[in-house]
Design a protein around this ligand. Sequence first.
Ligand code: HEC
Length: 101
Amino acid sequence: MRATLLTILVSFVFAIPGFSQDLPDGPGKDLVMKACTSCHSAENFTSKRNTKEEWQDVVRAMIEFGAEVKDNEVEIIVNYLTKNWGKSAIQAVPGAPVKHR
Ligand code: HEC
C-alpha cells in the first residue's frame, strides 16, 4: 500500500539525525551540538582527525559560512574537537586518560 511505504520512508528520513546526536561528553559538547549540526550532520567533523590548528581553521571557516559561535566559545569548541578528533598520540589509544597538556 502506498501509505505504508510513505510512512516507512518518512520515519526513516526522520530517524537519521538520531545517529549523529551521540557526541562524546565533555565541555563544549552542548555548544558543538548547537552550533555545528544545523547545516550538516555531526559526521562532517566526527569523521575527521585534525590538529588543534586545523580545527581552528575549520571553526573559523564555519563562522564565515554563518555558524553562530561567539568569540569566547571558539576556544571551547576547538578544544572539544581537538580532544575527541585530534591527531595526537593519545587518540591512538581510545579511552586512555589524558595526562599531559
Ligand atoms: C552556516 C552553516 C554551517 C554551520 C553552522 C557549520 N558548518 Fe561546517 N560546513 C558548512 C558547509 C556549507 C560545509 C561544506 C563546505 C565545503 O566543504 O567547502 C561544511 C563543511 C564542514 C566540514 C568539512 C570540511 C572539509 O574540508 O571536508 C567540517 C569538518 C565542518 N563543516 C565542521 C563544522 C563545525 C565543527 C561546525 C561548528 C563550529 C560547523 N561545521 C558548523 C556549513 C556549516
